[in-house]
Design a protein around this ligand. Structure first.
Ligand code: PMP
Length: 294
């Protein structure tokens, strides 16, 4: 398979500070606070058959992430909603990934950046599934060495660039060992999440998932919990210790990019890619494509 072109060498348009600009012209200066100090927040969204799933929730989370990082994004939720639609339309996309990103600009180049301007860009591109072919057979996860920090150590409920430093480190280490992704524990040693998706387990007709008390409570996670409850499947949000990993029958990840992805293995524990997880992945697909009502 041909290597896809780099992200700065593609055609199309990107919404950048209020205007649609040529894809290749959507640049920042090297002395940008967001680049040096991770003062950047972003969203990952998916458009299905012309409609972004939970669009407004994503935009509201983007605003909230900015506020947590100490800045207000200078476009309202309604303006950002319109901008996302305009960008998809200009790129002629109906099924696509949507990536809004807001960051501190170049006015100040030190830890303090009170006077920096806040920028916003929105890019859209075709992206079938985070894990591609591997998602059909179930992905294999390694155990990550890095742990999700305590709530007193990092603003865990912001979708902020800085929190992804340990995710990239963990994902790269897992890939180097032939795994697709890594399962991260939290600061207490409890099961937390994968590097860009939430984790769920299934046994004896019930679903178990960690409490999102120090990692992102994903929009997909909440949607899937809602679907399961509608179908009278018991969902236990609770502390899960690594010692329990061998006791579950099936396992899956949820996220905008991951959608519902079956997991076949975590650090030596095998899981069946069974009827439950396959059915749930199909139900999620029906939901986002509006083949069933929410
Ligand atoms: N955790 C992390 C670290 C993520 O990057 C994501 C993807 N945004 C998720 C969980 C899932 O969140 P969502 O379902 O809102 O995409």
């Amino acid at each position: 398979m041909a290597t896809p072109p780099p992200f700065d060498d593609r055609d199309g348009v990107i919404w950048y500070d209020g205007e649609l600009v040529n894809w290749r012209d959507a640049k920042v200066h090297v002395l940008t606070h967001g680049l040096h100090y991770a003062s950047s927040v972003f969203e990952g969204e998916r458009c299905y058959s012309g409609e972004i799933f939970k669009s407004r929730e994503h935009t509201e989370r983007l605003h909230k992430s900015g506020r947590i990082m100490g800045f207000d994004i200078p476009w309202t939720v309604d303006q950002i909603e319109e901008a996302k639609v305009a960008t998809l339309k200009a790129n002629n996309l109906t099924d696509a990934y949507v990536r809004p990103v807001a960051w501190r600009g170049s006015e100040m180049m030190a830890v303090s950046a009170q006077r920096s301007k806040i920028h916003l860009a929105i890019a859209t591109w075709e992206w079938p599934n985070l894990f591609g072919e591997a998602s059909v057979k179930g992905v294999r996860l390694d155990m990550a060495e890095w742990r999700r920090p305590a709530p007193e150590s990092a603003p865990y409920d912001a979708k902020a660039a800085g929190l992804y430093m340990i995710c990239t480190l963990s994902k790269h280490a897992a890939e180097a060992k032939g795994y697709t992704d890594a399962l991260m524990l939290d600061h207490r040693g409890r099961v937390a999440e994968a590097t860009g998706a939430n984790v769920f387990f299934y046994k004896d007709g019930a679903v178990h998932t960690p409490d999102p008390d120090c990692f992102l409570d994903g929009i997909t996670r909440r949607s899937v919990i809602g679907m399961l409850k509608d179908c009278q499947v018991p969902v236990h949000e609770r502390a899960i210790m690594p010692g329990e990993l061998g006791s579950f029958e099936q396992c899956f990840l949820t996220g905008t990019a991951a959608e519902v992805t079956p997991v076949a293995e975590i650090g030596g524990h095998g899981y069946e890619v069974g009827a439950f997880v396959k059915g749930l992945a199909q139900d999620y697909n029906d939901l986002v494509n509006r083949r069933v009502s929410a």
